[in-house]
Design a protein around this ligand. Structure first.
Ligand code: NAG
Ligand code: NAG
Ligand code: NAG
Ligand code: NAG
Ligand code: NAG
Ligand code: NAG
Ligand code: NAG
Ligand code: NAG
Ligand code: NAG
Length: 897
């Protein structure tokens, strides 16, 4: 039995610190991107830890609560200096560190816990939270035991909170907190963050643990050898230059099976079968092979081939990883097997391996602006509430006292009520309150607030109840607020403020108290109704996104910098014009002929100035409101490019809004691929032309428009063909080009169609033009294969994963659409597939720009045209041979999903 058992991380990590303090090996390296906090040391402390050369500083600037304590003197010689102090939290349930970081950056976050006898209760149990989500449960049983936890986390906001949460009697504490910035192109997940299971230096010949000094990212590598494996090593240089940068010392050693005919089996044990993993393996050939020797192997997971055949590069690192989660099989097992192929004269090898567990971190944080407002209110008023730590709304159990929020699964929580009555507040009403843009109830009664009643209260649209009674406010109430109160749209209580007057004359306190209860009861009815409506809208919206319709409710995007300006833009087009609803009725002959139904509404055939047109009637629910509609139409009227469907007019009369486009006689690409438009088949050249034209259209939206337009719904049904089979992109620019408020990139609803949706956008909610590139890659694969984007009956449901699998098996011809009957130049097929696969890279930064895609497609089109003209071009060097690998990073497709 050749099976290596990997123990559960906890057991591993408990002994970790002793190991690496004993035998550490390091060289001088840059510490930029590192944050090393010695928790509990006095403010201003800074020191260089002598075994690692890491510079630690006090944590005092990152947390306001807790008290500094020290471990017993006797332990100092045994443990590294950053654990000599610790921060203990006898007060409060949740206490949080707050770090200002940059959204989109990725960090390895490491927490250390060593009780060290700082008090007489070394046995503790508490929780560690990352923002509003449980990271892990921490427990210590004796004084001299170190616990370390690691998480790799891609920041989705620019504030990171790490909280210690009391769950029982014991007092939470923390010894050290370390953050290490990684390349954000590595360790990517489809969702969630990664908790360390093991990071193994396989075949280690030194028995040493390596970290910073050896590892540029301060990852800790544990020596790993197994009885039935043998070690091999080299003294030569090993190139480790990919984004993962495993240390050279780690890559210079490897294991091979002692019996060269046996596979290397790796079983993950000690976890529940619900745990999902990501696995990263690092390979390099470290033996000098003679010309008659080969080392070639496949990677098998739970008896399924997932990657290979693969030959490690000579003295060069290839990192192979699972791009999606690895799940247990029906027996709850997780078994990786590295197996030599029939061609291989040498056994397989493995240099290093990392295994991480997925932590979904599914609870969303409260909107940044609202959290900021609450933090500012807290600090400006000096609010002294012990539970005002961490996220104000979530998790539900630790919500701030006096705060109430919406509680809708999978939605961002919103603060709807704030009660700071009898809280000893002094000073004026703070404008920060106006940043609570979903607030319905504000109760500041019975404090000592002074100054006047500010105008902004009248402008807070959701606000229904304001209680300012029992303060020392003076001056006059703003007329707008008074007006709202008198109309009953707001309930305003101001009694007990002796100096307060209404706009013109002093309001009799008696009168106010009469109005208030009536208004309040009306308002509460209104509030209930409002609550239901909000709920319904949110529900509807969610469903729509799931079904893959275009969500139309105010999502804005991206005015990035426009880099180039080309295409065909003419500011005045004679046909562009506003039409009346009567015109539209006439034009469509009373909506006689339906051309199609899309996410935005029904499309009818019409005739305008003797030219056929397509009239898109926007459904009421898509109605954007006059102002926004008009702004968008004005923008769209300016977008002109031969590869984009042209808007020739529009109609806007109350709720009747429609857009009039040029008519595309040959329908959409999907109809042609599926054969719905008759038996004629699009030739490969025809498909290449369509691909190149739609790519140009998209490239224009990305680079030629100002503000840049991200299409967000690229798919075959949005590529239309005119009577000459010229392709044009449709459905761009609707409610898409406008940022909402100050948010530029973050849109609140993930738009798009399943299968075409960029997983990175889905995960991060971070929209860029690269999401379109992903969708366009899917379209390219459809053009080549003519197969469904998602097919649950296929070995890999998603077309991208399926093509990747077929390629890894070398099974290339079987992916091409049989309807093409072999009438194509294979080189151009390969080039298109290669381009498509780079478009589908899980990391958006690795995807090409549309400019590159256009160039590739044009080149293919030229080659195919030349071939069809009988003038075969000379074979260029076959640089399009199918290597999905980029920068020596290869992806491993997962087992059963
Ligand atoms: C290794 O794994 C493969 C595939 O899962 C299995 O067929 C084989 O029996 C295993 N070998 C050993 C020695 O466990
Ligand atoms: C720490 O740095 C100093 C000088 O920069 C160097 O002499 C020493 O060897 C380093 N120690 C370790 C453990 O890297
Ligand atoms: C983080 O930023 C906030 C303002 O956004 C500031 O008040 C705070 O001091 C910063 N914290 C640190 C540790 O720099
Ligand atoms: C990675 O970081 C860069 C800036 O350093 C940022 O532009 C990019 O969006 C980030 N990528 C992700 C996936 O967040
Ligand atoms: C650690 O503590 C336990 C009891 O708490 C003790 O038995 C053991 O000797 C200690 N080990 C060291 C290395 O101090
Ligand atoms: C590594 O440690 C193992 C067990 O602790 C020991 O058997 C082996 O000899 C050590 N190897 C080296 C090279 O020190
Ligand atoms: C590497 O060098 C050491 C000493 O210089 C030598 O003992 C060892 O055999 C060498 N290893 C290899 C694989 O060449
Ligand atoms: C490779 O060739 C060498 C001689 O050049 C020979 O000794 C060795 O047996 C050959 N190995 C294999 C696997 O054929
Ligand atoms: C590695 O070196 C061997 C022997 O020099 C050579 O035959 C082989 O092609 C090389 N492999 C790669 C992937 O470069």
């Amino acid at each position: 039995m050749q099976r290596m058992l990997m123990a559960f991380s906890a057991c591993f990590l408990l002994v970790l610190l002793q190991i690496f303090s004993a035998s550490l090996f390091s060289l001088a390296q840059d510490q930029s991107g590192f944050i090393s906090l010695d928790c509990g040391s006095p403010k201003g402390t800074t020191f260089r830890e002598k075994t690692t050369n890491l510079t630690y500083i006090s944590d005092a600037n990152f947390i306001n609560t807790g008290i500094g304590r020290s471990i017993k003197q006797a332990y100092r010689t045994q443990f590294q200096q950053q654990t000599w102090n610790l921060r203990s939290f006898p007060q409060g349930i949740r206490n949080c560190y707050t770090l200002n970081l940059t959204i989109g950056d990725e960090y390895l976050i490491r927490t250390n816990f060593l009780h060290g006898g700082y008090d007489d209760k070394p046995s503790t149990e508490f929780e560690l939270h990352l923002g509003p989500n449980l990271w892990t449960k921490v427990s210590t049983t004796n004084e001299n035991q170190t616990s370390i936890f690691e998480m790799i986390h891609l920041l989705t906001t620019d504030r990171l909170q790490i909280c210690l949460v009391k769950t029982g009697d014991s007092t939470p504490f923390i010894s050290a907190l370390e953050l290490r910035k990684l390349m954000n192109t590595t360790y990517l997940t489809q969702q969630g963050s990664l908790q360390n299971f093991i990071r193994a230096d396989v075949g280690s010949t030194t028995n040493q643990t390596f970290r910073y000094g050896i590892d540029v990212f301060d990852r800790v590598w544990i020596p790993f050898n197994f009885g039935n494996w043998s070690q091999i090593s080299t003294n030569q240089t090993v190139n480790v230059n990919n984004d993962y940068q495993p240390p050279e010392i780690v890559m210079a050693t490897a294991s091979v099976p002692t019996d060269p005919d046996e596979p290397m089996n790796i079983t993950l044990v000690g976890v529940e079968r619900t745990v999902r993993f990501y696995v990263f393996m690092h390979f390099a050939e470290i033996q000098e092979l003679s010309s008659n020797e080969t080392r070639e192997f496949n990677i098998v997971y739970n008896d399924k081939h997932i990657y290979g055949p693969f030959r490690p590069l000579n003295f060069t690192t290839t990192s192979v990883f699972t791009p999606t989660e690895v799940v247990a099989d029906a027996n709850g097992q997780y078994i990786f097997s590295i197996q030599r192929t029939g061609n291989s004269t040498l056994p397989p090898l493995l240099n290093a391996m990392e295994v991480y567990m997925v932590n979904l971190l599914s609870q969303q944080e409260t909107e940044r602006k609202e959290v900021d407002a609450m933090m500012n209110i807290k600090s400006s008023y000096g609010v002294n509430k012990i539970d005002w730590e961490g996220d104000p709304c979530v998790p539900r159990d630790y919500r701030w006292s006096g705060v109430n929020c919406t509680d809708i699964d999978n939605e961002i929580p919103k603060i709807i009520s704030l009660n700071l009555s009898s809280s000893g507040l002094t000073g004026e009403l703070l404008e920060y309150i106006s940043d609570l843009t979903n607030l319905e109830v504000l109760d500041l009664s019975n404090n000592s607030l002074t100054g006047s009643v500010p105008e902004f209260l009248a402008n807070m649209e959701t606000l229904k109840v304001i209680n300012l009674s029992g303060n020392e406010l003076n001056g006059s109430i703003p007329a707008t607020l008074l007006d709202k109160a008198q109309r009953g749209s707001i309930s305003l209580s101001i009694e007990g403020n002796t100096g307060l007057c209404s706009s013109a004359s002093c309001v009799k306190k008696k009168k106010k108290t009469v109005i208030a209860p009536v208004a309040a009861s009306l308002v509460s009815v209104f509030l209930i109704a409002a609550g239901i409506v909000t709920f319904l809208i949110l529900k509807r919206r969610k469903k729509r996104a799931k079904l893959g319709f275009n969500p139309n409710l105010g999502t804005g995007t991206t005015p990035l910098h426009s880099t180039s300006h080309h295409g065909y833009e003419s500011p005045v087009i004679a046909k562009n014009r506003k039409l009346t609803y009567i015109d539209v009725v006439k034009m469509t002959n009373n909506f006689e002929r339906v051309l199609g139904r899309g996410g935005f509404g029904v499309v009818y055939y019409g005739v305008l100035d003797n030219e056929p047109v397509a009239v898109k009637m926007l459904t009421e629910s898509t109605a954007l409101g006059y102002k926004q509609f008009k702004a968008e139409v004005e923008l769209l009227l300016r977008v002109h490019h031969k590869d984009l469907t042209c808007l020739v007019g529009y109609c806007e009369e109350g709720e009747k809004m429609s857009l009039i486009y040029e008519f595309m006689a040959n329908g959409d690409l999907k109809e042609h691929l599926s054969g719905k438009r008759g038996p004629s088949v699009l030739t490969w050249e025809g498909r290449l032309r369509i691909a190149a034209e739609s790519a140009q259209g998209l490239e224009y939206l990305h680079n030629g428009c100002k503000p840049q337009i991200v299409h967000r719904d690229i798919k075959t049904t949005n590529i239309l063909l005119n009577e000459k089979f010229q392709a044009k992109l449709a459905d761009f620019g609707l409610s898409r080009s406008f940022p909402l408020g100050t948010e530029t990139h973050v849109s609140t609803v993930v738009a798009g169609t399943p299968g075409y949706l960029d997983p990175e956008y889905y995960r991060t909610n971070w929209l860029t033009e690269k999401s379109d590139v992903f969708s366009f890659g899917v379209v390219l694969l459809e053009l080549v294969t003519n197969r469904p984007v998602i097919d649950q009956k296929r070995e890999r449901p998603h077309i991208g994963e399926w093509v990747g699998l077929m390629l890894s098996r070398g099974d290339i011809t079987s992916i091409v659409d049989p309807k093409l009957q072999g009438d194509f130049d294979p080189n151009t097929i390969w080039k298109v597939v290669e381009t498509a696969m780079t478009c589908l890279n899980p990391s958006s930064s690795r995807r090409p720009t549309m400019t590159q895609v256009v160039m590739d497609l044009k080149e293919c089109l030229n080659m195919e045209m030349a071939r069809n003209m009988g003038t075969r071009m000379t074979d260029s060097t076959n640089d399009s041979s199918i290597e999905i690998s980029m920068n020596f990073t290869t992806e491993l497709n997962p087992g059963a999903r």
